[in-house]
Write a protein that binds this ligand. Structure first.
Ligand code: ADP
Ligand code: ZN
Length: 204
């Protein structure tokens, strides 16, 4: 068997709120690897089919082809053993198995780049991203810009009324907020009125 010097795996995590550029940064890193002729596979969860069924799409409409999986276990099933770099978007929807699987992939010499939300709509750590941060070689925390005041935003503000942890959506349903402007969970009524108006407009 051929042994390539430097054939060591590791985990990189890109985390932050929605609109902070996680997908853009993931795509940038994967493109660089592709240009350097590294074998790349990209995965995203089925739950997130907002813009495209078979692509990662950033909020600024930057795209990259990806394979859709129901959860982290399916990444292993679909992995081509020749793949050197593995990209995972929306890690927060991949399930707790991603923690062990990312570790196994890195141990077997793969470069694993994972992007995902680090906190939920209540501002709580969003599993399994916190564990991945602890186990990663490299961590990048991206920030968005607060839609209320322009400060650095680390929170994802939900604008629609729901107590469910997962409500998939983007502009109109969520916005970036700083720690001062963030309201955990359901925001005040005036904001809801605004959100409803946006959703109605999008529907029609
Ligand atoms: P994420 O994957 O973190 O949700 P994306 O990479 O999909 O982020 O999108 C980042 C892009 O979203 C930015 O480059 C910008 O064009 C746009 N954007 C929309 N709202 C905001 C905001 N409040 N702050 C920063 N960027 C925003
Ligand atoms: Zn603010």
């Amino acid at each position: 068997m051929e042994f390539v010097a430097g054939n060591i795996g590791w985990i990189e995590v890109i985390c932050g709120p929605m609109f902070s550029g996680k997908s853009e940064e993931l795509i940038r890193r994967l493109r660089r690897a592709m240009i350097a002729r590294r074998r790349v596979q990209v995965f995203k969860p089925t739950i997130d089919a907002r813009y495209s069924p078979d692509e990662i799409v950033s909020h600024a409409d930057i795209r990259m082809k990806s394979e859709v999986v129901s959860g982290a276990v399916e990444i292993l099933a679909r992995l081509d053993w020749r793949t050197q770099v593995i990209g995972v978007d929306e890690a927060n929807f991949m399930g707790p198995e991603l923690i062990e699987i990312a570790g196994r992939l890195a141990d077997s010499g793969k470069q694993v780049i994972i992007a995902g939300l680090d906190t939920d709509f209540m501002g709580r750590p969003f599993s399994p991203v916190p564990d991945l941060l602890a186990l990663a070689e490299s961590i990048t925390k991206t920030l968005a810009i607060c839609m209320r005041c322009g400060s650095p935003a680390k929170h994802t503000q939900r604008l629609v009324e729901s107590e469910d942890l997962i409500v998939v959506g983007a502009a109109g349903m969520y916005e970036a907020r700083c720690r001062r402007c963030f309201e955990p969970g359901v925001p005040r009524q005036e904001v809801l009125e605004f959100a409803r108006a946006v959703i109605e407009t999008n529907r029609s």
